[in-house]
Structure formats: C-alpha cells, structure tokens
Design a protein around this ligand. Structure first.
Ligand code: HEM
Ligand code: HEM
Length: 285
C-alpha cells in the first residue's frame, strides 16, 4: 500500500470510527435515561459528593489548553483538507502559534505536578488500590452497578486517560515539529533533527520519514478528537457542578455553595470507599 493510499484509508477508518463513537455515546446517554440516572442528575439535580475543589493553576492551564486544542484540531484539519478558500497561510500561522502555546502549557503543567508548592502528581499515579477498583468503575459506567468506587480524586479510568493524554501530547509535539522543513540551523530543519537522520536512513529518504511523521500526527489528531469527545461527554454528564467548578463558572450558575453535595448527602450518607447514587437509582427502590 502506498503512503497516499494509506492516508485515504486513514480518513475513511477514522470518520467511520468517530461516527461509531458518537452513536455509542448517544446510546450510553439513552441508557442513562432508561436507568434513571439522567433524571436523578439533570432533573432532581443530585450529583456525586466529592471533597476536593480544584486549584486555580491547573484550571487556568486546562482552560487555555482546551481552547488551543480546539484551534489546533480546526487549523490542522484545514491544513489537510482546505475546506474554504484562501486560508492556507493564516491557518498555518494559527496552528504554529497554538502549538507553541500548548507546548509551553505542557511543560508548565508537568512542572506544576512535580515541583510546585501544590504539586499534584500523586493524583495521577495509578496505585494498586486504583487497579483493584477498575472492574467496579467499569461496572458503574456500564450500568451494571450504581456504586462508583471512590478511592482517589480521579478514578482509575480518569487517571489512565490523563496519563494517555500526556503521552499523546508529547508524541504530537515530536511528530508536529518533524513536519517543519524550514532550515533553522546550518541549513538543517527540525525534520532533519527529529526524524531525518535516523528514520530517513532506515526508510530511504528524509521525505518519506516526514510522511511517516505526518501520518502519525494525523492518527494522533483523531485519537485526540475521539478522546476529547468522550472526556467532554463525561464532564457534561457525570458531574456538572464539578465541571462548572473546574471552569470557574460554579458561582455564576449554581448558588448556595455545595448545592449538589447537600442535595445528595441530605438523603444518602456516603459510606467510605464509594460514591453512591441516590436511593432513587438503586434497583428495586
Ligand atoms: C503539540 C504540538 C503540535 C505541533 C508542534 C504541531 C505541528 C504541526 C505542523 C508543523 C504541521 C504541518 C503544517 C504545515 O504543513 O505547514 C501540522 C499539521 C497538522 N496538525 Fe499539528 N501540531 C501540534 C499539535 C496538533 C494537535 C493537538 C492537533 C489536533 C488535535 C494537530 C492536528 C494537525 C493536523 C490534522 C495536521 C495536518 C496533517 C496532514 O496534513 O496530514 N496538531 N502540525
Ligand atoms: C474540550 C473541552 C474539555 C472539557 C469540557 C474538559 C473538562 C474537564 C473537566 C471538567 C475536568 C475536571 C475533572 C475533575 O476534576 O474531576 C478536566 C480535567 C482534565 N482534562 Fe479536560 N476538558 C476538555 C478538554 C481537554 C483536552 C483537550 C485535554 C487534553 C488534551 C484535557 C485533559 C484534561 C486533564 C489532563 C485533566 C486533569 C486535570 C488537570 O489537568 O488539571 N481536557 N477536564
């Protein structure tokens, strides 16, 4: 299969896969209605109880990062499929600007996690206890159980996805910079530094190495689109007060402090180890 055929195949596979993901999420939401979870959350406004309030640093970094990722996805897709006339130069510059911003955010967030006063890398470390809770978390999301094991700030699937996001961002930056062919130092470009010297000699030419990098960048682009869609779906359905809080919007939208916590805890004391859905959701009640 030639590189061009491979890339056409990628377009088809990912468009179909993305459609399947959207259908699956719609089905998941529908199951939420059938099982009564949507009613409890969106109509009765009872949300899971949690004991943490996100700090300003990660909130600001995440919000900026989120905007930049949308810009990168939009401009990146335009670079591949120029879906309107005359934007080539501008869209490239915007992609270049946003890519520098996300790289700075990436370094800052990792620094924050390990070296700041409020370092939080432990929140992302997958422990034995987390692993032991995996089946319980899957059972909760699959509607087999109404108890979501609560062993840390983030559940095990969140931790794993956030770590995967980190790995993907690093790969995105590496493959992205290897698409830059402008000579910047002694007539050599970032493509020569990153892939040209080793992959170029392995596959026969620096150009072909660039194609490999471009294809991986594109595959990761879809991986981001899919993962971010699921991440947004879960943010919007699992715990809206927490999401509002994370974007600094909670005081604007919800009044009365921990409104959601009160609503839930007034009826259901939370036993240690589990986030429990209100009695109305427990089968047979
Ligand atoms: C993290 C740092 C990133 C860097 C350094 C980077 C860099 C680049 C560069 C240099 C190009 C080629 C532009 C050109 O032809 O002039 C490109 C293309 C592209 N980028 Fe990025 N980018 C980054 C992140 C992202 C992200 C996060 C996404 C999507 C969510 C994305 C999606 C794309 C797409 C779809 C293309 C077009 C690929 C193709 O033509 O097949 N990029 N990127
Ligand atoms: C596009 C819209 C997005 C929305 C609405 C959103 C929403 C959220 C929310 C509500 C949380 C807090 C979860 C909690 O505290 O329990 C969160 C955390 C997080 N999100 Fe997103 N997110 C978005 C995009 C992204 C993207 C594109 C990435 C990565 C590429 C990302 C990576 C993360 C990570 C790593 C965390 C962990 C907390 C932190 O970084 O401080 N998010 N997101």
């Amino acid at each position: 299969m030639s590189m061009t055929e491979f890339n056409v195949w990628l377009d088809t596979v990912f468009v179909v896969l993305y459609g399947a993901v959207l259908l699956f999420l719609a089905f998941h939401f529908f199951m939420g209605i059938v099982k009564g979870r949507a009613r409890t959350k969106f109509i009765e406004k009872k949300w899971p109880e949690h004991d943490h309030a996100p700090t300003v640093g990660p909130k600001l970094l995440h919000a900026t990062h989120m905007i930049m990722m949308v810009v990168l996805g939009f401009t990146g897709m335009y670079i591949r499929f120029p879906y309107f006339q005359g934007g080539r130069v501008a869209m490239r510059y915007v992609h270049y600007f946003a890519m520098i911003v996300v790289c700075i955010i990436l370094v800052t967030r990792v620094w924050y996690a390990f070296y700041s006063k409020t370092r939080d890398w432990r929140e992302f470390a997958v422990t034995r206890e987390d692993l032991a809770s995996t089946l319980g978390v899957l059972a909760y999301y699959g509607y087999f159980s109404n108890k979501k094991p609560h062993v840390a700030k983030y559940n095990v699937l969140q931790k794993m996805s956030y770590l995967l996001f980190l790995v993907m961002m690093v790969l995105m930056a590496i493959t992205g910079f290897s698409l830059v062919t402008t000579p910047l130092l002694f007539g050599t470009s970032p493509r020569d530094w990153i892939v040209g010297w080793w992959l170029g000699s392995l596959v026969g030419s620096v150009d072909l190495a660039g194609w490999y990098a471009r294809s991986l960048h594109y595959i990761l682009n879809w991986a981001f689109i899919i993962m971010t869609t699921i991440h947004v779906y879960l943010s919007a359905t699992e715990d809206i007060p927490c999401t509002l809080d994370f974007f600094g919007l909670k005081p604007l939208v919800l009044t009365g402090g921990h409104g959601h916590d009160d609503a839930l805890s007034a009826e259901t004391p939370v036993p240690p180890g589990d986030e429990v859905l209100p009695p109305s959701l427990v089968p047979g009640s």
